[in-house]
Design a protein. Structure first.
Length: 291
């Protein structure tokens, strides 16, 4: 299976998710590169602020129609989807999940604020948990509880992203922190948009962090022991993002400085090595989330 363009998209992204693929066998690694390329491409369509919202909406609809062709055995028009199609057919990836992911991207076209945690969770499910649900089909699992694991871990990772990216999102006029939480802690939208850190903001961020911890805990408790080895790439993601989350905790979620919060490359490489060694030894102890 040729995934040249998909692999190029994945390589250029340099994302934490793409980094985890190194732990997979070659066939699954290529399959995940194709899936990731699709996710990256539709996300880029939604995020291209230089293009009008209406044109982005049309672009996402074109991706929806093309992935529908791929899932139903017709020939896709887009190269990424042509490379993804053998993966879809081999692993039984469902169109409904791709459609849900695109709906998540469409939320970014229409929604600059979320009123409450329920609305934010729906967004996180669509843009992150759905990716997990597609990924575990490629990883392979035996216990259906893996699907609950994928949903919980996806939300944990996305909540971590939201806490990390508050400043960058604010520069684009977006606030993902729920408005009812802003009101509860007395934080004005203007303070977030202007990058003003305060004890009130720290308390607000901590309230969202509490939900993230619960998702990490749920993921580590839900993953069946018999499928833990097959989820090695997902578990690495959990490990990387948990350490990023802990770093945010130590700085009281102050992300308004000049340097973005991230893990160093040596730190990530150490986590990869640790995950690989634990996989070889058969260790099933999760490396993230409150015990």
């Amino acid at each position: 299976m040729s995934t040249t363009q998909c692999q190029e998209v994945t390589r250029k992204s340099a994302s934490n998710l793409a980094l985890a693929f190194i732990l997979l066998p070659r066939e699954k690694r290529d399959a995940m590169a194709a899936l990731y390329a699709f996710c990256r491409e539709v996300d880029d369509v939604a995020d291209e602020d230089s293009v009008s919202v209406e044109h982005r909406r049309i672009g996402l609809q074109q991706w929806r129609e093309d992935i529908h062709r791929a899932c139903n055995g017709a020939r896709p028009e887009l190269v990424v989807n042509r490379e993804l199609q053998p993966v879809i057919l081999k692993y039984g990836l469902r169109y409904e999940l791709f459609d849900e992911l695109i709906k998540g991207c469409e939320m970014d076209l229409d929604t600059l604020r979320y009123q409450n945690l329920d609305q934010l969770e729906l967004y996180c499910y669509r843009v992150a948990s759905v990716v997990g649900l597609l990924s575990i089909e490629i990883f392979g699992y035996t216990n259906p509880r893996c699907r609950d694991y994928a949903v919980a871990l996806g939300k944990a990772l996305q909540f971590t992203n939201i806490l990390r990216d508050v400043h960058n999102d604010a520069e684009r006029g977006r606030i993902y922190l729920p408005l009812d939480a802003l009101n509860r802690f007395g934080v004005r939208e203007a303070e977030v948009l202007d990058g003003i850190f305060s004890d009130r903001y720290a308390a607000l961020a901590e309230s969202l962090a509490a939900s993230a911890r619960e998702f990490y805990r749920s993921a580590r408790e839900t993953l069946p022991a018999e499928d833990r080895r097959g989820m090695v790439a997902a578990e690495l993601m959990g490990s990387v993002y948990w350490r990023l989350f802990r770093k945010l905790e130590r700085q009281h979620f102050n992300v308004f400085g000049p340097q973005p919060t991230r893990l160093s490359k040596p730190h990530k490489l150490a986590l990869i090595a640790g995950s690989w060694l634990r996989s070889l030894s058969g260790s099933s102890a999760p490396q993230y989330g409150p015990a």
